[in-house]
Design a protein. Structure first.
Length: 317
């Protein structure tokens, strides 16, 4: 080999392969066509193999060219990440953070976190997308979101999760309900009682039915509502009971017209976690958000684990 290859040569190779043309690559790179040709010949001499096959109407990579092109793409990505990291060192003076959140955590636990993030770093645009766990996981995988906070299980092994907190499910009833005077009850007593619940295809409903099935408890769904706040209002003013995440019942008491009843005899706890791609570059904006989550839930482990297996993976935040 005559000399080391350069990033400029690799960028040029990427454009030639992408466009299939020396002329179009030159236009994309604001170079002359002869300059592109010189760079490619120099790169081929450096490696000692032809990288491009010149055909009458277009250019295609050789077998060696495809190998170098694959690594060139990696190097280009690493260069972009290094530049972003260096820019982050200067100051959190701009940028965007895209966060997904399930409906329950976004309303009952994350709203203060979002507000505090803006208070500390007002120059960062925080975009929050509310959705169901499966949709948010797909958005993280496709790089539409930087991370997401979810309470339902995620099966995608291509994601990693950082556990944040564990919450329990509780029953709620209006003041006039026959069970309202009981501070706790066996979950088996839910059998046959008319309930107002989240829709059957929601993550929480699937979790609840699965957890109670182990106790042979079958839920009698008299009404479905997509909003926890709406469910609480129906329970507050009517004869139906419900089972909801404990965080959604925070602040409720006899004075507000709702009785919160602890459920025993069944494992009705679930974990809320932050999920992201393991290869996701953690920008300063994203790192600041993770630190804020750590302040909010100091007992949470900073270790990440595979979302699909629960196995601990190398920490990269």
């Amino acid at each position: 080999m005559e000399s080391a290859w350069t990033l400029d040569q690799l960028r040029t190779l990427i454009e030639v392969v992408r466009t299939g043309s020396f002329t179009k690559a030159a236009e994309a790179l604001s170079l002359s066509q002869p300059a592109v040709s010189v760079q490619m010949r120099s790169l081929e001499r450096s490696l000692g193999v032809p990288l491009l096959e010149r055909r009458p109407r277009h250019v295609v990579p050789t077998d060696a060219g495809r190998i170098v092109h694959r690594y060139a793409l990696r190097m280009a990505r690493l260069e972009a990440e290094s530049r972003a990291e260096i820019a982050d060192l200067k100051k959190l003076a701009g940028g965007t953070l895209r966060v997904g959140a399930g409906a329950t955590p976004s309303i009952f636990t994350l709203a203060p976190v979002f507000a505090e993030y803006y208070r500390r770093w007002p120059a960062v645009e925080l975009r929050v997308q509310i959705g169901r766990t499966a949709d948010l996981a797909r958005a993280v995988l496709s790089d539409t979101l930087d991370l997401a906070i979810v309470s339902s299980d995620v099966t995608e092994r291509a994601l990693v999760r950082r556990p944040l907190y564990i919450e329990t499910c509780v029953a709620i009833a209006g003041r006039s309900h026959p069970l309202a005077e009981h501070p706790e009850m066996d979950a088996a007593l839910l059998t046959g009682r008319p309930l107002v619940l989240l829709p059957a295809d929601s993550g929480f409903r699937r979790f609840l039915e699965s957890a109670l099935a182990s106790r042979s408890v079958r839920l009698n769904t008299a009404m479905e509502l997509a909003s926890l706040e709406a469910i609480k209002e129906v329970v507050r003013t009517g004869p139906l009971m419900s089972v909801i995440p404990e965080t959604a019942a925070s602040g409720e008491s006899e004075e507000t017209g709702l009785r919160v009843i602890r459920l025993t005899g069944a494992e009705l706890t679930r974990q809320t976690a932050a999920i992201k791609r393991p290869d996701r570059y953690v920008s300063a904006a994203m790192g600041a958000f993770y630190r804020l989550l750590g302040e909010r839930w100091p007992e949470a482990s900073p270790r990440e684990e595979s979302a699909g297996t629960g196995a601990t993976v190398e920490q990269n935040v």
